[in-house]
Each structure stands twice: as structure tokens, then as C-alpha cells.
Design a protein around this ligand. Structure first.
Ligand code: DC
Length: 224
């Protein structure tokens, strides 16, 4: 049976996860958050005392990472690492940076590729990440490249962290967003790029409702 896939790529804080979740709900698809998968690998390495640049350590321990990706009744994705739900623990600024650094290793990307492709084979998906339209699902039925100015993205992240009750240093969040863009766009393997056939959507001046309306319009045109 043919499964449909929508790839949403873009830099941190562009609104990918909010939009992908809403789009998946509207279409009855499964929302796959691939950043959470990289975060979980980073979390495991950090727990084991392995730094995100330590290629030898990562090579040695990657085989111990046993990942389960589950979905609850609300369609929320949970990351289960070696039997424990770490979905909340992976959502800190520290884990964002660790995930970005660790995701540059080929061994990590190779390890996660089939996991992501298998989900798209099993379900209709809206998958968000950095290399979904370019590497993971090059034949996706619809590709979106979602972006916004760094200052706007930083403000959105700050609001998100505050909502979760985390203390935030505003200048540090902006600096981290810029550093993460730089790392994610300039790594040699599967860098963040707009796929040639991706629809570009800049959300700097769009609110959530305006963005989702635009995305639904694009999806209706493309998927029929
Ligand atoms: O989307 P996010 O902020 O949760 O992603 C965390 C990091 O994971 C991001 O900075 C880079 C990496 N990542 C990646 O390399 N490829 C993906 N498809 C998704 C995330």
C-alpha cells in the first residue's frame, strides 16, 4: 500500500514541530520528530560520559542505543531509550547543542537512517528534521522548507522554554540558535539544505494559524 510522506526541514525554532504536528493531525498522518531521535542518542552518550565530539566513544557505544519510538493516544511521540521514556529529559538547551554536534557523525546518521525510513514505509507521515527532503525521504510527496529570521526563532524558543518552566538566558538562546544553524548547515554529511523541489515558507511575519493555513493550502494542492 502506498504511504504518503511530507518532509518538513529547516533551522531550529522555525516552527517545524508545531506545524508538522498540526498538519499530521489535520491529515490523519503520523508526526515523526527526527530531532528527538538525535537528541536521544546524544542523551545516551552524555549519560555514559561520552562527549558529542568523541568519535571513538560514539563508535564504541552506538550499538548499545536501543530506541523505541512510540505514539500515545494524542499522537504525541515518545522516545524510549533502553526501556526508559526520556521524552522530557531531551528537551533542554544543553541537549539541543549536544544533538546538533553528535548528529554530524556519519556513524550516528547511518544508525538512524533506516529507523526513519521504516516509519515512512509503515505509515503516512509528516516528518520534520534537517535532511528529510534531501536524504531520508528524497521521494517525499511534498517537501517544505520552513524558515524564519534568527531573532524570531530565538524568541519562539524562549517562549517554549518558559512554558515548560525552564529558566532562560535570552542572549544565550539566540547565540545557540546561530551556532546550531552554523553547525547544521556546514557539516559535510547531510547538511541542512533546502531540497531543490521544496516549497520555501518564511514564517518571520506569520503566526501559527497563518502558517498552518498556508501549509494546508499547499498540501491540498499537491496531494489532492
Ligand atoms: O529539531 P531539533 O532541534 O530537535 O534537532 C536537534 C538537532 O538534531 C539539530 O540541531 C540537528 C540534529 N538533526 C539532524 O541532524 N537531522 C535531523 N533530521 C533532525 C535533527
Amino acid at each position: 500500500m502506498k504511504h504518503y510522506s511530507i518532509a518538513i526541514d529547516g533551522p531550529a525554532g522555525a516552527g517545524k514541530s508545531t506545524m508538522a504536528k498540526r498538519l499530521a493531525q489535520a491529515l490523519g498522518y503520523v508526526y515523526v520528530d527526527t530531532g528527538a531521535i538525535y537528541r536521544t542518542v546524544g542523551y545516551h552518550m552524555n549519560l555514559m560520559g561520552i562527549g558529542p565530539k568523541d568519535a571513538d566513544g560514539i563508535n564504541r557505544l552506538i550499538g548499545d542505543v536501543n530506541l523505541d519510538i512510540t505514539y500515545d493516544a494524542q499522537g504525541t511521540q515518545h522516545m524510549i531509550l533502553n526501556g526508559a521514556d526520556v521524552s522530557d529529559e531531551i528537551r533542554t538547551p544543553e541537549m539541543s547543542m549536544i544533538a546538533s554536534t553528535i548528529s554530524a557523525h556519519k556513524v550516528v546518521r547511518d544508525f538512524l537512517l533506516d529507523t526513519q525510513r521504516d516509519l515512512a514505509k509503515a505509515y503516512n507521515v509528516v516528518m520534520d528534521g534537517r535532511d528529510i527532503g534531501t536524504v531520508v525521504l528524497p521521494d517525499a510527496d511534498l517537501k517544505i522548507y520552513l524558515t524564519a529570521a534568527p531573532e524570531v526563532r530565538a524568541q519562539r524558543r524562549i517562549a517554549q522554554y518558559r512554558e515548560q518552566g525552564q529558566k532562560v538566558d535570552e542572549r544565550k538562546i539566540l547565540a545557540e540558535i546561530i551556532q546550531r544553524d552554523e553547525q547544521d548547515m556546514n557539516r559535510p554529511i547531510a547538511p541542512l539544505r533546502r531540497a531543490k523541489d521544496a516549497v520555501l515558507l518564511d514564517t518571520s511575519y506569520l503566526n501559527v494559524e497563518e502558517t498552518i493555513a498556508r501549509l494546508l493550502e499547499i498540501a491540498a494542492q499537491r496531494l489532492g
